[in-house]
Design a protein around this ligand. Structure first.
Ligand code: PEP
Ligand code: MG
Length: 614
């Protein structure tokens, strides 16, 4: 627990920044109904009444979920709405419902106590199957459990809590849909990561959030004044009036920067000496589209389709997929969408895909390997993409390619998908582009052959760095060793870009490194044609691009490729380029969004010349 007393605040708790923005206001604690459930013995005459009360709670919960599904379908989109189908199915599961009714009759205990017991047993059953399976279903199960328990025990819902900063142990997807910017100023949770579905939904609505704040509920009481900083990932408890004023000033500054960014949305992504680099966005779910388009993305450089597969309790059908891809292609229009084929495995699972339990899942049945082993599922997705892209251009990206053969098999399956569609006499794009992700060292070494076989390349730096350096990308303990500026990484990137260009195809980068401001000049200098970044980084990267000269980036990169250590590369970038966009780097350092483990990232002031103030 990173807690310290500060002059000006009773305590500062640190978590993970999930949605940028600053909010100051009273804490509104969303109680966990689980905390208030106790065992109560029933008089024999009360048993049937208790069963009625339980059935009534189920019915109300079911009605609410149906309504949530409909409003989500109307206000957001079809596949997000499917979260609630999963929950409705749990609500009808005999394991949870019939067993509770039988137990009320047999044991004469209260409904909430027995329902909770059965839901816990279900959860244990799930966790025994596999950790990821458990993670996937766990939140839905918990969501349903809380909803029913809330009705049985009468604790507040997010709808009842207005005008403050919502504090809760874990934000479920159905609490997250109830979040509206005019109801809540922000939210903080004890559990969850920045890529949780709740964080994605909050981001789409622009509600500042910090997640994964340990000790949050122990430190706070309902009504305590708090300041939430979604840029730095902090929650300050009881800030003094002077401190609150400073935070409000910081919020005004942030709003000003955001307005400036909004103006930047229509400006071209080009260097001072006129080198254009396409600046696209990564997208997990179509609900992010408004935010992405408002920020002037030049298309979607990576649509991670596995997220909408993961939201459902079964694989979406071909028609359902056509609808989703069609809508995204239509809304993005001319700028184009790169649709990545399902990239499951590693830490991304969908319960119904029957993923094996593996000792080394990141080196296991992942991405293209899974697709090749399950051609029927792959063919459904290929047909859907081809149909949705009718009259446009389908761009299909293959994840985790480690050999040429995988690309050839995928080409064969695309031909097969086309033959089926021709037989069915439905319209489709007959000239799709096929891209290969470069995220495994063997793909870097084979980049020439892969470039010959593909229409474009896209570097997945998240995985590439993990595999080049043998550093698990999710292991917090190794975070200082996960170095995008490692000379081995830079040399791998150079080899990839050069191979693509030798064969006349564009090369993009779509991992988090693409949005890392200390890497921008290097990526420009290496010759990447496109950077595809996390949507909230779009304006910052554009501003960085617009602050440097291509000529300088080339010279910098040449020198960086000769460096011997990551530290040398980072120091070189700061020394040569820091001055060009010092204000941006300052915000980045303050926000702790610097991934280079360098001491400059300590929150100190950086003067416009790019030097620290001592
Ligand atoms: C990557 O590995 O860099 C990438 C873009 O894919 P993902 O993060 O989804 O694995
Ligand atoms: Mg990857």
């Amino acid at each position: 627990l990173a807690k310290k007393a500060e002059p000006g605040s009773a305590a500062i708790l640190r978590g993970v920044p999930a949605v940028p923005g600053i909010a100051v206001g009273p804490a509104r604690i969303l109680e966990d109904p689980l905390d208030v459930v106790t065992e109560r013995r029933l008089a024999p005459g009360d048993v049937e009444g208790e069963i009625d009360r339980f059935r009534k709670a189920l019915q109300v919960a079911g009605e609410e979920l149906t309504e949530l599904r409909e409003t989500t379908r109307r206000d957001l989109d079809e596949e997000t709405a499917r979260i609630f189908d999963v929950q409705l199915a749990i609500l009808e599961d005999p394991l949870a419902v019939d067993r509770t009714v039988e137990a009320i009759r047999a044991e004469h205990l209260n409904a909430e106590f027995l329902f909770l017991r059965h839901m816990r047993e279900m959860r244990e059953g799930l966790s025994a199957v596999s950790d990821s399976f458990f993670r996937d279903r766990g939140v839905d199960l918990k969501d349903v459990k809380q909803r029913v328990l809330r009705h049985l025990s009468g604790v507040a819902t997010p709808r009842d809590l207005r005008g403050g900063i919502l504090i809760t142990r874990e934000m479920t997807p159905s609490d997250a849909v109830l979040l509206e910017p005019d109801r809540v100023l922000g939210f903080a949770t004890e559990l969850g990561g920045a890529t949780s579905h709740a964080a994605i939904m909050a981001r789409a609505r622009g509600i500042p959030a910090v997640v994964g704040v340990k000790g949050l509920l122990d430190e706070l009481k309902d009504g305590d004044e708090v300041a939430l900083d979604g840029l730095r990932g902090t929650v300050e408890i009881k800030p003094s009036p002077a401190r609150r004023e400073r935070l409000r000033a910081r919020r005004r500054q942030y709003v000003r920067i955001e307005r400036k960014h909004a103006r930047l949305a229509s400006a071209p992504a080009e260097t001072l000496d006129g080198r254009r680099v396409k600046l696209a966005a990564n997208m997990e779910l179509p609900i992010e589209l408004d935010y992405i388009l408002e920020r002037g993305a030049e298309g979607i450089g990576l649509f991670r389709t596995e997220f909408f597969f993961m939201l459902s309790h079964r694989a979406p059908t071909e028609d359902e997929q056509v609808q989703v891809y069609g809508e995204v292609l239509e809304r993005v229009g001319e700028k184009g969408v790169i649709i990545r084929a399902l990239d499951v495995g590693g830490d991304k699972m969908a319960s119904y895909l029957g993923m094996p339990r593996e000792l080394n899942p990141f080196l296991g049945m992942r991405g293209i390997r899974y697709l090749v082993a399950h051609p029927r599922l792959f063919l459904v997705q290929l047909r859907a993409i081809l149909r949705a892209a009718r009259g446009r251009r389908a761009r299909i990206l293959l994840p985790m390619v480690s050999s040429l053969e995988e690309v050839e098999i995928a080409r064969g399956l695309i031909r097969k998908a086309m033959a089926t569609l021709r037989r069915r006499r439905v319209g489709f794009d007959t000239d799709p582009e096929l891209g290969v992700m470069i995220e495994v060292p063997s793909a870097v070494m084979m980049a020439d052959e892969l470039a010959q076989a593909a229409d474009f390349l896209s570097v997945g730096s998240n995985d590439l760095i993990q595999f080049m350096l043998a550093i698990d990308r999710g292991n917090q303990a190794l975070i200082d060793l996960y170095r995008p500026h490692h000379p081995a990484v830079l040399r791998a990137l150079k080899r990839t870009v050069d191979a693509g260009h030798r064969h006349g195809i564009p090369v993009s980068i779509c991992g988090e490194m693409a949005g890392d401001l200390l890497s921008t000049p290097l990526l420009v200098g290496l010759g990447f044609d496109q950077l595809s970044v996390s949507p909230y980084m779009l304006p910052d990267v554009k501003q960085a691009l617009r602050s440097v000269r291509y000529g300088d980036c080339l010279a910098l990169t040449e020198e960086a490729l000769r460096c011997r250590t990551p530290q040398d590369v980072t120091a070189l970038v700061r020394a040569r380029m820091g001055g060009a966009y010092a204000d941006l780097l300052h915000i980045l350092d303050e926000a702790g969004r610097n991934s280079h483990g360098d001491p400059e990232a300590e929150p100190r002031r950086i003067t416009p010349a790019g030097k620290k103030e001592r």
